[in-house]
Every structure is written in C-alpha cells, then in structure tokens.
Design a protein around this ligand. Structure first.
Ligand SMILES: Nc1nc2c(c(=O)[nH]1)N[C@H]1C(S)=C(S)[C@@H](COP(=O)(O)OP(=O)(O)OC[C@H]3O[C@@H](n4cnc5c(=O)[nH]c(N)nc54)[C@H](O)[C@@H]3O)O[C@H]1N2
Ligand SMILES: Nc1nc2c(c(=O)[nH]1)N[C@H]1C(S)=C(S)[C@@H](COP(=O)(O)OP(=O)(O)OC[C@H]3O[C@@H](n4cnc5c(=O)[nH]c(N)nc54)[C@H](O)[C@@H]3O)O[C@H]1N2
Ligand code: SF4
Ligand SMILES: [Mo]
Length: 746
C-alpha cells in the first residue's frame, strides 16, 4: 500500500509543535514525527503528539450525530440532529426566556480554529448571560490582572524564554504540561538553554516536580500562599532599594507608590510561617531577581486555581515592572500574533457588569464562574438554566464539585454537545454533534499564537478530505449560531456577514492599514476555499505582518502562509510593544488597581489565620495525559496507574498506609477513594491527585478509558470557594481529611 506525507500543527497542547504525518491510501495516519522544518518546534514532539494517529483513528470517536433515546444514544442523521436542536432550544427559550439556555465552552475550543471563530457568534445569538467556560477553572485571574493593568485581558506578558538570564517560575510544570500561557515547543529544551548560557531557573512549587529537578533551585511553598511570597519579594525590592523601573516605564505607570505602601509590613520574616519558606531564602530570591540582567517572573496554573489567584497573577507582573523587565528583551513581553490587528480600539476593562442569579458572583469577561453552574441549574426561580450547549468540554470531570454538576446535568430539559466522544458530560446530552478527525480539520491557533514566545504563524489545511455530507466543526458551530439566532439563514452567509462587519470597522479605524478604503472592494479581495480560510485571510491581512490588502505587497496573506510556508513562518523574536498594547483609560499601566488593593485586606487577614487541620489537596499533570480526554488512547494509559494520591512518607506512616493502599479523601464537597503513592517529592501536609480521571460511568463510549478509570478528584474540590476577583475555581489548597480505609480520619 502506498503512503504519503502531510504536515500540520499538533492540536493537543499549547506548545504548537509542527507534525509530520504519514498516511496510507485510505487516509489513516500510520506515523507521526516532529516536523524538523518547522522553524519554531524544529522537530520536537512529545508522546501525545507522537500518538496523534491513534487518537485520530480511535474507533470510539463518534462517526456521526447521536440522539438520546432514554438511557441510550442512537445514531441519527445530521439534518434530524440539527432539527432537534432547533426545535428543543426554541421550546426552552420560548417558555423560559434567553437566559434559560446556558453555554459551556471547554479547553479544546482554544486549540481548534472553529472555536474562537464561532464561539462569540453563538453566545451573541443565544443572547444569554449564562456563559461558562473552562477559563474560570484555569487562567481567568491572569485575564483580570491584565485587564486592569494594561486595559486588555488578552495582553498577557510571556517570559522571553530564549533571551532571559533568570526565570522565576511559580505553579508551572512545563516538563509535564509543555507550558501554558507561554507557547514554547520544547519548553524543557528552552529551560536547559537558560542554564547552559549561565542563567538561573528557580521553581516555586509544593512538589519537587520534574521541572523543579531540572531547575537550579526549587523552593517548596505551602499551597495558596504565593501572593504572600510575591508581596515579600516586592517588599524587599523597595526596602533594599532594588527596584529598577526605567524612566520611560515609570512615566507610563500609575500606582508605584501605592504598591509600595501595600507591601509595607509584608516582609520575608512576616510571611515565612504562612508560606513555609525561610525568610533568608525569600530575601536572596528577591536580590537575585533584581541582580539578574534580564529576568522574567512567570506564574501559571498553580498561581491561578487558588484562593488568591488574581492577587498572585497581578504580583507576578508587578515584579516584572519593578525589576524593569516588562516589555524588554529577556523579560516578560507581549507577543504580536499575525492575525490580531494592532490598531484595535478596546473598551476599558471592567468586571461585574452583571451578577450571577444565585450567588451574586460578578460577570468577568462576559462569563460567570463555572463554579456556580450547578447552582444556576438546580435553583428554582426566574432565569434558571433549563438547557445547555457544551462545546469541547467535560465539566463533570473538570469543574469543582463535578459530582454535583453531574447530577444537575441529568435534570436539564435539553442538552446538546459538540464533542467527538460520548463521555462523562456528553452522556447527558440529548444530541451529540461530533466534529471530524484532526486529520480532516484545518488548523490555525487563533487563541494561542498570542501567547507564543516567538512571533510565529502556521496554517494547516485538512490533510484528509471529509466524506460527503459530513460537516467540519466550523460548519457545525456556524449552524448552531444560525439556529441560536432563530433565523433560517445559510450558515455560509454568517461568515460573509462577520467579514463585512470587521472590514467596515477596519476602514474607519485610525492606524489601520486599510483606513479610508472601500470595505466592499476589500471584501472582493478576500480569498480562501472555505469560510474558515476566508476569515483567516482577512484577519492575517489586517494583522501586523499582513499585506494590508495591498498596502504592503510583501506582507502575509493566508494563501502565502499556506502555500509558501507549509511548515510555518518565523516572524522573529518578541518585540517591545507596550504602546500597541496599553489601552487603559489613563493610557498608562495601572499597577495598583483599587479592586486589587481592597483584596489585599483579605490576604492580610489570612496572615494570622491558624494553619488548617488535616491536609490540603493540590493537583498535578502527567506528560501522557491531557485533562480528561486522552485516556482512550492505549499507548498513553499503558503502564502504571498515574491517578494516585501522592503524600509525604511521614504522613503515610502516620495514617498507616503504604504504596498502593486505598485512602479515603473527604472534603466539604464530597469524598473519594484513591490509591496511595508516598513520595518525599511532596511537602508534608500536602496531598496531590491529578484531574481528568473518573471514567467508566454508565452511558459512556470510551472503552480504553473505562478500563483505566481512575478517580475524579473534582468530587472533593469545592464549588463554593472561588477567587473573588475572577470567580476562578480553587483546585489548589483544598482542605481535606484523609483516612486509611476502616480507620479514623485525620
Ligand atoms: N501533559 C499534560 N499537559 C497539559 C495538560 C494536561 O492535562 N496534561 N493540560 C493543559 C492545560 S489545560 C493547562 S491549563 C496547562 C497547565 O500547565 P501548568 O501550569 O504547567 O500545569 P501543571 O503541570 O499542573 O503545573 C502546575 C504546578 O503548580 C503546582 N502548584 C499547585 N498548587 C500550587 C500553589 O499554591 N503554588 C504554587 N506555586 N504551585 C502550586 C503543582 O504542584 C504543579 O506542579 O497544561 C496543559 N498541558
Ligand atoms: N482539580 C482540577 N480540575 C481542573 C484542573 C486542575 O488542574 N485540577 N485544570 C483545569 C483546567 S486548566 C482546564 S483547561 C479544564 C478543562 O476543562 P474542560 O475543557 O471541561 O475539559 P477537557 O477534559 O479539556 O474536555 C475536553 C472535551 O472536549 C472534547 N474534544 C476534544 N477535541 C475536541 C474538538 O476538536 N472539538 C470539540 N468540540 N471537542 C473536542 C473531548 O472529547 C472532551 O469532552 O479543567 C480544569 N479542571
Ligand atoms: S508538546 Fe503539545 S503540541 Fe507538542 S507534540 Fe506534545 S501535545 Fe503536541
Ligand atoms: Mo487549562
């Protein structure tokens, strides 16, 4: 049988690796290697990318839409599936109003090209305030911080990994995760390179992770206390005269003195007990950060999914500003994505424009916290959620108190899921609309290229054509947007409407490469063989590297990216661009937003709170896993069970449990039983269970995952605790009690 080679970006994690696929005559992927000609990933691939063929060819992947029939799901045709969605959503909206339909958008939507292109249109068409995404189980604190500091929630500074001399990394484990909010293929190699050029890598984590082992220094920290540590670092910089804000930056920054006053008293000595870090270590860490030529502070999920998520993420960038490293080479910089125009006018950032019905939690970025989704489904009254649309999400396993959400979903009047699998969440759906295989899907990282540590772009057309009658994910989502709008329009017309709308704005915008031109003329120039390609072409041509519809004949177009750069294009190292980014009302960095200053009172109140009895729970990731949905790939679940309860050997001894023994873990929210894995890599008093497990539920179709079920850690995480400024879920620092089976809890 013959074979051929094709190229595409790996859609699985944020590292954006280029892949070289081998396909047989039938279009099945028979081999995967790193694409050596990709200028960013240069051939790097991890075990997940290397098994993309198995995921692509997974026999449990749904071949067509499903309709629920009692407890079972049966295949149906696409027209029946869409007609059912139209009818049932229509009924719910007619009976209860627009807010009765909720949307939950999950993580893979940030990796697909379709998700970012149509998510907004679906939400707008539904007209609901009940919008939920995985962002409030992840990085929302960073958006809130950037929104207040820089005016744009998406203006996230990333560590300039390839040029920094000093990296202080908190709550991130890129050797397992391959990095997040810092897209960097071969993140491990880039860390090693920092050390090889004489720089220093410091990791702050309650566990001695593989990343901590690679680093020059690992500092254990008590979960949820990063904001104390970061404040103490700020305190030392000010008290020892180590701040180094260049004049141009100082002139563009409000609130430096306010930050200084807030840090007063939060000395290393004062926070040593709460953080579990010796004061001299904190002092030295601050001095080394200040002394480094080019340094970056980088915090990730461990700093977000905790009680002081927003304060921690804010203080990370406060340190980048105070050390003069914001927006400078080797520091923390703002990537410039090829498809994001630099001339956008944005509205000033604000949160709390509306509140959630049951708990009164503020809207953030147009959404409510996923931690209150179950409240809104279960609590009677006007505005109660009666129907749910999920797109690429598995909140039964990923949301706090997933057990409660699982029960709540069963009580909905209607649910539709866009998802390739019948899993713990989608088993509740009345209609499942599966997107096709990755090999049949085009790829461009609309959501992630704005976080890449080098400016870079890559577009991958589908490598295998779709069978007749099968819609790709863009078509499914466009169709849902049209259904949600209540109109009977042609979905393709939606894209042309969106293109026309953007062009109309672009020609009216000062600084735009097409300012003053005729939008209809530009519309004629848009190219591409599918609506997705046409929308990308428009975005790239209006972007900072684009051809500006002829303004720069050498500039990028989608056709050029696709045809001349099939392995991607390197657009150079990150560039200083604060002027392009800043869009606060003052036009300056607001380093001390009043809302954050107020939350510092809560932080101070915690300083003298008694240490919790019992244990605190944190999460972790494993290289061969990816949230909840790669456990159906045999190669990735082979070998020893990774869904274990890690605990310190001294704690294990006290409990009387050994490796492999079952341990009961209980919290306010629920209880589970996990298998003990004593290890001195974790702090005493802290235990860790990875998320995304707990398969084998009735009504699912994931045969391999069912045989490697694991436990759902989110049965014990607590939906009632959120970071108040962002509404983000708290997965780290959850108080739990442990007991050996048949014994008393401690
Ligand atoms: N292999 C794999 N890769 C993935 C994923 C996956 O599931 N598996 N998921 C993807 C997703 S969705 C994301 S968001 C990214 C996340 O990427 P990362 O942020 O790198 O995530 P983790 O590997 O979980 O690392 C978080 C670290 O924070 C530590 N931690 C826990 N609590 C605290 C705390 O209070 N303070 C500090 N300082 N540290 C703490 C944990 O011990 C852990 O080592 O990974 C992505 N990549
Ligand atoms: N305890 C604890 N809980 C956590 C975390 C933690 O660290 N600890 N991490 C949190 C984080 S960072 C995140 S991002 C969330 C993730 O939360 P979710 O996004 O809710 O969960 P995933 O497991 O990523 O769900 C992915 C779903 O998308 C489907 N899918 C896969 N590919 C596609 C596709 O191409 N299109 C569509 N439409 N669907 C697709 C999969 O079948 C699966 O159902 O979990 C959070 N939950
Ligand atoms: S590191 Fe991420 S992007 Fe690269 S091959 Fe692995 S899963 Fe894919
Ligand atoms: Mo995430």
């Amino acid at each position: 049988m013959g074979s051929r080679t094709a190229y595409r970006t790996c859609p699985l994690c944020e590292a954006l690796c280029g892949l070289e696929l081998t396909l047989d005559d039938g279009g099945a992927i028979t081999g995967v290697r790193g694409d050596r000609r990709d200028p960013f990933s240069k051939g790097f691939v991890c075990p997940k990318g290397a098994t993309l063929g198995r995921l692509d060819g997974d026999p449990d992947r749904l071949a067509g839409p499903l309709l629920r029939d009692g407890d079972r799901h049966a295949e149906t045709d696409w027209e029946t599936a869409f007609a059912t969605v139209r009818r049932e959503l229509g009924k719910v909206r007619e009976r209860y109003g627009e807010d009765a339909v909720a949307v939950y958008i999950g993580n893979p939507t940030a990796h697909s090209v379709a998700g970012p292109l149509y998510g907004g249109a679906i939400i707008k068409a539904l007209g609901t305030r009940n919008v939920y995404t995985a962002s409030t189980a992840d990085q929302m604190p960073k958006h809130v911080s950037s929104g207040h500091l820089f005016g744009d929630p998406l203006a996230v500074p990333v560590p300039d990994l390839d040029r920094t001399d000093h990296l202080l990394m908190l709550g991130a484990n890129p050797l397992e995760s391959n990095g997040s909010l810092a897209s960097a293929p071969d993140f491990p190699g880039r860390l090693k390179a920092i050390r090889a050029r004489g720089g220093k890598v410091v990791v702050v984590d309650p566990r001695r992770t593989r990343t901590a082992e690679l680093a020059d220094e690992h500092v254990f920290i008590r979960p949820g206390t990063d904001a104390y540590l970061l404040f103490a670092l700020v305190n030392v910089l000010f008290e020892e005269g180590l701040t180094a804000v260049p004049q141009e930056l100082a002139e563009r920054t409000n609130g430096l003195d306010e930050v200084r006053s807030l840090a007063a008293g939060l000395t290393p000595e004062r926070v040593a007990a709460v953080t579990g870090i010796d004061a001299p270590v904190i002092r030295r860490t601050a001095r080394e950060l200040a002394a480094a030529g080019r340094a970056a502070v980088y915090g990730r999920i461990g700093t977000c999914t905790q009680e002081f998520g927003t304060l921690s993420n804010w203080l990370v960038d406060v340190l980048n500003v105070l050390t003069g490293n914001l927006d400078r080479a080797g520091g923390a910089m703002f990537p410039r994505a090829a498809h994001v125009p630099v001339y956008r006018k944005r509205r000033p950032f604000t949160t709390g424009r509306w509140q959630s019905r049951v708990r009164g939690l503020p809207e953030v970025n147009g959404e409510f916290p996923v931690a209150t989704l179950a409240d809104e489904i279960e609590t009677p009254g006007d505005g109660r959620i009666r129907a749910l649309v999920t797109i690429g999400g598995n909140p039964v396993l990923s949301a706090p108190n997933g057990g409660r959400l699982d029960a709540a979903l069963a009580g909905l009047e209607f649910m539709v899921s866009v998802d390739p699998y019948l899993n713990e969440t989608t088993r509740h759906a009345d209609v499942v609309l599966p997107p096709p295989r990755p090999a049949q899907t085009p790829h461009y990282d609309v959501a992630l290229l704005g976080f890449a540590v080098r400016d870079y772009a890559r577009y991958s057309p589908p490598v295998v054509p779709l069978p007749e009658g099968r819609p790709n994910e863009a078509e499914i989502l466009a169709r849902l947007a049209v259904i949600a709008s209540g109109l009977d329009a042609d979905p393709a017309a939606l894209d042309e409407m969106l293109i026309a709308g953007t062009l109309k704005k672009a020609v009216a915008m000062e600084g735009s490469p097409v300012a003053g031109r005729d939008p209809d003329e530009l519309h004629q120039l848009v190219e591409g063989s599918t609506p997705t390609e046409r929308r990308l072409d428009m975005m790239i041509r209006l972007g900072p590297y684009g051809d500006g519809f002829g303004a720069d004949p050498d500039g990028l177009t989608l056709a050029r990216l696709r045809d001349e750069h099939p392995h991607g294009i390197d657009l150079g190292p990150l560039k200083p661009r604060l002027d392009e980014v800043l869009c606060t009302a003052s036009g300056r960095i607001e380093l001390c937003p009043p809302a954050f200053a107020r939350d510092v009172e809560r932080l101070r109140a915690g300083l003298d709170a008694p240490a919790p009895d019992g244990f605190v729970l944190i999460g972790r990731r494993h290289l061969r896993s990816n949230n909840s949905w790669l456990h159906n790939v045999p190669e990735l679940v082979r070998g020893s069970n990774t869904c274990t309860l890690q605990l310190h050997p001294a704690d294990a001894e006290r409990l009387g449990v050994g490796a492999g023994d079952p341990v009961r873990v209980a919290s306010r929210a629920g209880a589970l039983t996990a298998v003990a894995e004593p290890t001195d890599a974790i702090m005493p008093g802290v235990v860790s269970i990875p998320h995304g497990w707990g398969h084998g539920r009735p009504g699912t179709r994931t045969r391999v995952a069912d045989a490697h079920a694991g436990v759902n850690v989110n049965l014990v995480t607590d939906e009632q605790r959120v970071d108040p400024l962002s509404g983000n879920a708290v997965f780290n620092g959850v108080p739990v009690t442990l007991s050996a089976m048949d014994s008393v809890a401690i």
